[in-house]
Design a protein around this ligand. Structure first.
Ligand code: GLV
Ligand code: GLV
Length: 316
């Protein structure tokens, strides 16, 4: 019997080609906008595999709609907080994800956002365009240097460790991190409170779980240095956005760079978008040509392996 897969979006062709070459019948929501929930619920019935994205909520409603035929889910993401793993396990559905192939892309974007925020790039670009440049001004658009600074990283997995490596050329004073487990590296592991107290730059690279949700709230911002810059390239809900806006307005911290928000997209009237000291990007951490193509391929490889009852390259 020919296996079938439903793909929930336009994705790089490299993955689709692998699926068709493997003999799968591919049905695809071939748009850049998310598949409507009703459409997804209808199309998932009777397929063997689901190729989905972080914008597709995989819960018991969706798994029920699949009607028992679904054997594997491949999400084209490293994050998997959109998937109810317990429900998948209960039903014997295997789940694949895309670690490693996006580590460099995401770590690069993290450094870009760190520099864009600390060196006030968005304000500078705006000033060059709107005439407020005027003349070279010794005290204008200044920000903190990475040199000799203390960089704190929350979550020291693949991406967090790569960020630390990428910062190797900046002559940072010290890198500290908070994580559940000790990692052999030149960075020093500290408790979360120490991370808040010591960091000049605090970078969030952890997964979203019950214990990281809302970790950055009013209390956390009060413990941070007034000169600190916060960067989040993991998942929006790790930061309380209203508390962050307040902390930035009250100058409890100096700046923030966010690649992820709650919700996504961020509402256009959100106070964070009105602040000069906040840079918001539209969740583009893994958006290199190379990473996105590799993510599409790995998602397909995960699905094909599972349908052949083989070891998946990256199984959750
Ligand atoms: C992106 O956010 C991902 O989880 O891959
Ligand atoms: C997180 O999932 C990572 O790859 O660091």
């Amino acid at each position: 019997r020919q296996h079938s897969v439903y793909v929930t979006r336009n994705v790089p062709e490299s993955g689709i080609q692998l699926l068709t070459s493997a003999g799968l019948k591919v049905t695809q929501w071939k748009h850049d906008a998310a598949v409507p929930r009703e459409e997804l619920l209808t199309n998932i019935s009777q397929v063997d595999a689901l190729f989905c994205l972080l914008t597709d909520k995989v819960d018991s409603e969706l798994l029920d709609a699949a009607g028992g035929s679904l054997k594997v889910i491949g999400t084209m993401s490293v994050g998997h907080d959109h998937i109810d793993m317990e429900e998948c396990k209960k039903r014997g559905i295997r789940v694949g994800f895309t670690p490693d192939v996006l580590t460099h892309a995401t770590a690069e974007l993290t450094v870009a956002l760190l520099l864009a925020t600390s060196r006030r790039l968005m304000e500078g670009v705006q000033a060059a365009k709107d005439g407020s440049w005027g003349t070279w001004k010794p005290t204008w658009l200044c920000g903190p240097s990475l040199q000799n600074s203390t960089v704190g990283i929350l979550g020291f997995g693949r991406i967090g460790q790569q960020v630390a490596k990428n910062l190797g050329g900046f002559d940072v004073g010290k890198i500290i991190y908070t994580a559940r487990t000790e990692v052999a590296s030149c960075a020093q592991r500290v408790e979360f409170d120490e991370l808040l107290l010591q960091s000049d730059f605090l970078i969030i690279c952890c997964a979203l779980t019950d214990s990281t949700k809302n970790l950055f709230d009013k209390n956390a911002f009060l413990k941070m240095k007034k000169s600190a810059i916060l960067v989040n390239t993991s998942r929006g809900p790790v930061v309380n956005m209203d508390d962050l806006a307040e902390a930035l307005e009250n100058k409890e911290i100096a700046g923030a760079g966010l690649d992820v928000t709650v919700p996504e997209p961020i509402p256009l009237d959100h106070s964070l978008l009105k602040l000069n000291n906040c840079v918001v990007l539209p969740h583009i951490g893994s958006a290199t040509n190379e990473a996105r193509s590799a993510m599409s391929r790995l998602t397909a490889e995960n699905i094909i392996a599972a349908l052949n009852n083989q070891k998946m390259p990256a199984e959750l």
